[in-house]
Each structure stands twice: as C-alpha cells, then as structure tokens.
Design a protein around this ligand. Sequence first.
Ligand code: FAD
Length: 346
Amino acid sequence: MSHFKGETDMTNLTRDFFIGLSNNKLLNSNAKKWGFRLGADKFVAGTNIETVIETIKELNSRNICGTLDNLGEFVSDRMEATTAKMEIIGILNKIHEENLDCHISLKLTQLGLDIDHDFCMENMREILEIAADYNIFINIDMEKYIHYDKTLEVLKILRRQYSNVGTVIQSYLYRAEDDLKELKDVRIRLVKGAYKESASVAYQSKEDIDRNFIKLAKQRLLGDAFTSIATHDHHIIQILKDFVRENNINRDKFEFQMLYGFRTEMHYDLANEGYNFCTYIPFGSDWFGYFMRRLAERPQNMNLVFKDVFYSKDNKLKKEPIILGTLAVTSVLVWKKKKNRKEKIG
Ligand SMILES: Cc1cc2nc3c(=O)[nH]c(=O)nc-3n(C[C@H](O)[C@H](O)[C@H](O)COP(=O)(O)OP(=O)(O)OC[C@H]3O[C@@H](n4cnc5c(N)ncnc54)[C@H](O)[C@@H]3O)c2cc1C
C-alpha cells in the first residue's frame, strides 16, 4: 500500500513538474529558437506545412484523415495573433489545393483570446469564412479551465453563423455532462483533459476521469451529432467498440482520434478495421508546451527523451548530460531532504 502511495506521489510530482514547464513562457519562447530538441520530433510532425503535407498524404493513402495543429499558445500581442491567423489561412489554402482529407485544430489563445474578445472573434470569422468555402471543419481545442467559459461563449456566437466549427470537451470536468447536453448538435471531440485543474472543478483520479469519459462517450454515441473519441487508451476503445456493435451504432457517427507519434500501429489497425480514424498532427516551431504536456501525461515518453539527450546519433553515450543530470538529481534530493527536515521541525 505504501509502495503504491509512493508511486502515485511520484507520478503526481512528475506530472506537476512537466505541466509547470509547459506553462513557462520563457522556456516556450526560447524553444522556438532552439529548433526541435529533447526528442520532440517524435511527436511533432515538422516545422512547416510543406514537410507535413507528405505526412498527410501518407495517412490519407491509409484511409486516415488528419487534423492539423499549427502549434502556438501564450500569444499576447496582436501582431503574433494576426500572423497565426494568416498561417492558418495559408494552411487552409494548401489543404484545398492539394485536396487533402484534413481539417484544422486551433487554440483561441493563439488568435488573441487573451488580448481582446472582439479581435479574436474577428480572426475566427475570417478563418471560418474561408474554411466554409472549402468545406473544411475547424476544431477549437480546449485549453486550461480559465479559458473554458470564454471558449464556449466564442463557439456559441460563431455557431449562429457557421456550422463548420466545433470544440473539445474534457471528461475530467464535473460540468462536462451538462455542457455536452448544451452542445448536443455540435461536432465534439471528447478527451480526458491535459491540464492540471483543481478539485473544485475537475475529477482528480484516473478512475473517475475514465469512468466519466466512457459515460459521456456512450451518451454521445447514442445522440445525433458527430463525435471524435480522442484517446490512446485501448481499454476504453475496446469498451466503446463493443458498445457500438451491441447498439448497432452507425460508424459514420464517430471517429477515433489519436496524436501523431503515439501508438501509430493502433491508428493503422483501427482504420483497417473500418473505423473512421483521424490523426492529430501538430507542427511548427512553438512545440515546447505541447511536448511538455505529453510528457506529463505519460512519463514513459521520457524514454524517448532520455535516448535523445543521452545518446549521440552513432549510439554513443554523451558525457555532458550525465554530469548535468547527476547535478540536477543531487540538488533535488538535497532540496527534498531539507524540506522534509523543515516539515518535521514545523
Ligand atoms: C487527438 C487528441 C486531441 C486532444 N485534444 C485535447 C484538447 O483539445 N484539450 C485537452 O485538454 N486535451 C486534449 N488531448 C489530450 C487528452 O486530454 C489526454 O491528456 C491524453 O489523450 C491522454 O489521455 P489518454 O486517454 O490518451 O491516455 P491515458 O489516460 O494517458 O492512458 C490510459 C492508458 O492507455 C494506454 N496508453 C496511453 N498512451 C499510450 C502510449 N503512448 N503507448 C502505450 N500505451 C498507452 C496505457 O495503458 C495507459 O494506462 C487530446 C488528445 C488526443 C488524442
């Protein structure tokens, strides 16, 4: 029992550590200059749309569609948000020109949500107008809870004018079920939730989050609107496959979604079994926050990072990171020891 508690504490600590890094604005902005590091290229498809087009074509040839995320968050000036909008419009043009089976996922903070609501709305309208002409769907990714109400509000206004827009609901939120009732006619991606939220708004345990995910996915599958079931969890996928079969649910009402670089064989298997499948393809230089959240979700992803950091291309062990790593671990241990001592005294 104590062993299990220790493991949970460690998992939480690792998760908090990477979520903390993902929110660090300085690291995020510096990472843009570094280029891909730390094994990020395993999970981020490329730095520009040209390189990513080949990836989409390859997926399309396997009956898999794509949703492209031109990575970006923490945008705090208008110039940056306008650039992001122009880039997204460029991507729409490319998807149309190349006739790709692909849509777009974007974040409202990338388009100025933190700067000015009307400005963000204007950017979204421009994007949606062009996307509607090309018959391309736009998905608004869900970010941290502080942006949740604003995101749903933007969606609600946009839906009055455009039908090619939807969003994401996170099963870790207590209110997810109520929000899904409101959004019963909207195309939704269901996820567990990638951010650290407080117990006042979100379930904290994996069991609760998973249970809610399954419950909400089933409700959606019995409803009318299209649902993207976004998880790498093979247990949940199996439960939902059985549910679909037992209830004669039409496979065109839903798709499975997974992230680029994660469980790739499962992407191919599900598509080969005849399920609609969509791969979420992040690309661009703003990779740091996205990558850190993936490490937070699954510490095993660290294996890839370690390989990248510790080994050179010819598989030789590098010395510098070992020295730095030893120093880092020693400092953490010393810090923990001091903290424990203080707590005991306190
Ligand atoms: C397409 C897509 C879009 C997303 N969009 C958003 C968004 O807009 N907002 C948001 O908050 N979150 C988003 N997320 C992230 C999501 O909220 C979860 O944080 C993330 O998907 C991890 O949960 P999971 O269900 O995939 O697997 P977990 O709950 O992390 O894992 C469950 C189990 O699945 C198995 N498993 C999982 N991954 C692997 C692997 N790589 N290899 C082997 N086994 C594995 C393991 O058995 C594991 O115990 C998105 C996720 C996907 C897939």
